[in-house]
Design a protein around this ligand. Structure first.
Ligand code: SF4
Length: 247
């Protein structure tokens, strides 16, 4: 299998880089939205909101090792900041600042409608298993949205989810609903809590690998030790916390 069959445009590792940082008084920072408003699309016009990981050099098309081997990977992208808690430690330096062209789906009941439709279709197409990465951008925006995922986890046994959330306030109902999914589906729901002071199942963003909190593993894709999530699998095979290099 060549790198190109895993990711459409491979690149190995990352030396980091100087990303675009909006000014503190940029409307996107104040209003809580993406910088690139024209990329926010209506899910009804999408022709599919879950996109193959093949299109993303960090994710990959299909898992090549471990318990999820053979699972195709799909991704969901929402609008950064608009769906995120203002407490997010990357509110201003969000990765989305450098995603100029990527489509973000408008959040709300319509998105949830299409999500259910597409996940059920994937369940029928891939009954042995498939993975969904939440969220390339954006976050869990309501309890109802989390409960949509809960209903899908309960009814679609092939569905496996991994990703990160900045919903880390334990008093917040959204956080509690996400954490309960982890407890109820420990082998299928791998959502880490970004910035949480936890030894396990947390994540953090650092400038340099040596700044990672002791015990945290630096994402191997970012240090060039693996091609993509598809060839790594750490996020869904270990509950160790993970450090990411700031983009
Ligand atoms: S640790 Fe592995 S699975 Fe997790 S984000 Fe990095 S490359 Fe992907």
């Amino acid at each position: 299998m060549t790198d190109g069959t895993i990711v459409r445009h491979p690149h190995r590792g990352g030396k980091g880089g100087r990303g675009y940082l909006p000014a503190v008084d940029h409307p996107a920072i104040i209003e809580g939205r993406t910088v690139y408003t024209s990329t926010v699309k209506d899910p009804a016009a999408a022709g599919g909101i879950l996109k193959s990981g093949h299109h993303n050099p960090k994710i990959g098309k299909v898992v090549t090792k471990g318990r999820w081997k053979g699972f195709p990977i799909f991704m969901l992208t929402l609008e950064e900041r608009k769906t995120c808690p203002r407490s997010c430690g990357s509110w201003r330096s969000c990765y989305g600042n450098n995603v100029h062209l990527g489509e973000r789906w408008q959040h709300g009941p319509e998105l949830e409608h299409f999500l259910v439709h597409e996940v059920v279709a994937l369940q029928n197409r891939y009954p042995s298993g498939f993975a969904v990465r939440l969220h390339i951008l954006g976050d869990f925006y309501s309890v109802d949205y989390v409960l949509t995922w809960r209903a899908l986890m309960e009814t679609c046994p092939a569905l496996h989810v991994f990703g990160f959330t900045a919903r880390i306030d334990p008093e917040e109902p959204i956080t509690r609903a996400v954490a309960k999914l982890r407890r109820d589906f420990p082998t299928r729901w791998w959502m880490r809590f970004s910035g949480a002071l936890m030894e396990k199942m947390a994540s953090e963003v650092v400038e340099l690998p040596e700044q990672a909190t002791p015990g945290f593993i630096v994402c191997p894709q970012q240090t060039g030790r693996t091609l993509a999530c598809a060839t790594c699998g750490l996020c869904w095979s270990s509950n160790k916390s993970i450090a990411f290099l700031r983009h």
